[in-house]
Ligand binder design. Structure first.
Ligand code: 6MZ
Length: 377
């Protein structure tokens, strides 16, 4: 039994197709760090906490293992539990490194990881030291996987890994970080996050996200922080329309973020605004299915956006929590929307343009994909 047993609505995909999707080079732009933690690591951390009398292992197992169906509210309760286990400097460094290794093993060549900087007075953690611990994890993964050494030699030329599609045994992944504002936070806390993002822009932080339980809070609370980020040149992605909230969706789209996540509940004028402004959408198909934002894969708005040639990128959201992988999401769209392997490759390549990475890296990734394209043809 997997630790995070998921709801029975999770769709099966053909194993050959899944293998093909695993071999495909991919770009991940919407993955929450604490939603990506390996189940085996969570269990190990829970056992350790239980030994120290900090939590009851059986309660943790009941919440995480036994549960087969999980509402959106329960999903956010689970994050509360995960945060209890992971909000510590060494653990953050460890989980960041493991998450990167897992995405690299999936042939993800560019990962834009996001996380909400948190304080934890019990371990002397500030928002800044939280981000530093995550960056240490990125650096540790970079050293171990011999990745692009952005964090050591930012000015060096990065060699184009165009042979990588055939050399999957030694995956190469480029990682950048987004700092998230949680909808439960105060404006003051959000301000601290955007200031940190700006101060750490030379260390791999490339933008700002607004996320958290979509049923809580009002996005306008954070508008001054988001405007400050924009004035300072930081690109912004907003969780938008994950639950029905027409007033908020309209205002978010009028703000014209550089990207939006989810976009499940858009009324027709909002859809027109999205399409007219060509705002790229981070598609989180299984996440939307399992949290009931969408009822069936084939009804997912991915189909309409893709057919309208609107910018979309397939993402996982929380692969640890939902027991999925990015390869699985590609296999799902191939199965339900009939995309060929070449169309999947184009879908993945097109995502490079919507990353918040520096132009030089974008160009390098594009030429890598162009090399891979011939291998797929
Ligand atoms: C909105 C989500 C989310 O930041 O602690 N998060 N926000 N919608 C979702 N759909 C399911 N999934 C995750 O990662 C966990 C945090 O990411 C956000 C929530 O704020 C959650 O607490 P970090 O690394």
């Amino acid at each position: 039994m997997t630790m995070m047993m998921m709801m029975n609505r999770r769709e099966e995909v053909d194993s050959r197709l899944l293998r093909l999707c695993r071999a495909l080079p991919k770009v991940e732009l919407h993955a929450h760090l604490n939603g990506c933690v390996r189940p085996s690591t969570l269990l190990e951390l829970a056992e350790e906490c239980s030994r120290r009398g900090l939590l009851s292992l059986s309660d943790f197992q009941a919440a995480v293992i036994v549960k087969e169906d999980r509402s959106m509210e329960e999903c956010f309760q689970l994050f509360g539990l995960i945060h209890l286990l992971t909000t510590d400097h060494c653990i953050l460094t460890r989980i960041t490194k493991e998450v990167i290794e897992d995405f690299a093993a999936e042939n993800v060549v560019y990962l834009e990881l996001r996380t909400t900087p948190k304080r934890n007075e019990a371990v002397g953690m500030t928002k800044r030291s939280y981000v530093e611990a995550v960056l240490a994890g990125i650096k540790a993964a970079s050293t171990e996987l011999s990745l692009d050494s952005y964090f050591d030699h930012k000015e060096d030329n990065i060699e184009c890994p165009s042979q990588r599609y055939q050399r999957k045994a030694n995956p190469q992944i480029h990682v950048r970080l987004l700092l998230s504002i949680d909808r439960r936070e105060t404006l003051e806390a959000a301000m601290e996050t955007v200031h940190l993002a700006w101060e750490m822009r030379d260390l791999g932080v490339v933008g700002v996200d607004l996320s958290g339980n979509p049923c809580i809070g009002d996005w306008e609370t954070f508008l001054p922080a988001l405007k400050w980020a924009r004035q300072h040149g930081l690109p912004i992605t907003l969780h938008c329309g994950e639950v029905p909230n027409p007033r908020e969706v309209e205002a978010m789209l009028a703000f014209q973020p550089e990207r939006v996540g989810h976009a499940c509940f858009l009324e027709s004028p909002d859809l027109s605004t999205l399409l007219a402004n060509r705002i790229p959408v981070e598609i989180c198909l299984t996440s939307n299915l399992l949290t009931n934002s969408v009822q069936r894969v084939r009804d997912h708005h991915f189909g309409a956006l893709y057919n309208a040639n609107h910018p979309v990128v397939l993402c996982t959201d929380d692969p640890g929590v939902f027991s999925i992988s990015l390869s699985y999401e590609y296999a799902l769209v191939s199965t339900h929307f009939g995309l060929s392997s070449l169309e999947l490759l184009h879908l993945s390549r097109n995502a490079i343009e919507f990353t918040f990475a520096e132009d030089r890296l974008k160009q390098m990734l594009q030429s890598f994909f162009d090399g891979a394209k011939y291998a797929a043809e």
